[in-house]
Design a protein around this ligand. Structure first.
Ligand SMILES: C[S@@+](CC[C@H](N)C(=O)[O-])C[C@H]1O[C@@H](n2cnc3c(N)ncnc32)[C@H](O)[C@@H]1O
Length: 221
């Protein structure tokens, strides 16, 4: 089976043999990982009955063994013993932060987290920094229309400062095409936001302008 580029990067970032996919929807990611034998056990979890039924159908169609389906709000009903990787993809950055924050085991289970926010990646980056999750890798994905960022992180308990530039663009850089495109998209989005507040909140617009300038300089765009 084939995955789209975004989920493929999520799959590539998994490290171990037991992957838990929170908000799995059709269950494509765990099905792919089991099918390609990148992992031997996988949990496909979702808050909705319908997505979980779709994931069940995917597993059946693909003849998947080793897959477990769990109805769960975030990590709530997930037994995390032995789970090596937790993937939370395709949701907003705020919701991803909330899901991680809601369960103390995020900080004790030792799993590798693979996070892919659809919106508000900056909120997630700030959350991770303020709460001691070290981002060890971040990769941008351009799928022809949208730009995404996939982050790999792990709890260390050591909080750290992040600059405005890092908050907006993370560890992505312009050394590869998708990275450049991701940064350009972020700049476009920021310009729109700044232009929208230029008359009503000029000081905030100017702050965004300054961050954009720093991004261009630091990332060589
Ligand atoms: C847009 S889909 C993303 C599917 C897949 N992860 C991907 O990236 O393509 C978002 C899924 O997250 C599920 N979801 C939303 N909030 C959730 C929560 N609190 N806990 C678990 N799943 C949730 C939704 O039901 C939906 O199936």
């Amino acid at each position: 089976m084939k995955l789209d580029k975004r989920l493929l990067v999520c799959a590539e970032m998994t490290e171990g043999s037991f992957v838990c996919d929170i908000g799995t929807d059709h269950g494509y990611l765990p099905a792919y990982l089991l099918r390609s034998e990148k992992c031997t056990k996988a949990i496909a979890a979702d808050i909705g009955e319908k997505p979980l039924a779709a994931a069940k159908a995917t597993f059946e169609n693909e003849g998947i063994e080793g897959g477990q389906l769990i109805l769960s709000d975030g990590l709530k009903n997930i037994p995390l013993d032995g789970v090596t990787d937790i993937v939370i993809a395709g949701m907003g950055g705020e919701l991803i932060s909330k899901i991680i924050d809601a369960d103390e085991r995020s900080r004790t289970c030792g799993a590798n987290f693979i996070l892919q926010p659809m919106t508000r990646a900056s909120v997630l980056r700030r959350y991770l920094a303020d709460n001691g999750f070290e981002v060890t890798e971040e990769r941008a994905v351009w799928d022809g229309e949208f730009a995404y960022s996939v982050m790999k992180c792990r709890y260390t308990g050591v909080t750290y400062e992040i600059s405005d530039v890092r908050e907006q663009t993370g560890l992505t850089d312009a050394s590869y095409e998708d990275g450049r495109k991701y940064i350009e998209k972020q700049l476009e989005r920021m310009k729109k936001a700044a232009d929208g507040m230029r008359n009503s909140r000029p000081a905030e617009a100017e702050k965004i302008d300054m961050t954009m300038e720093k991004i261009r300089k630091e990332k060589g765009i």
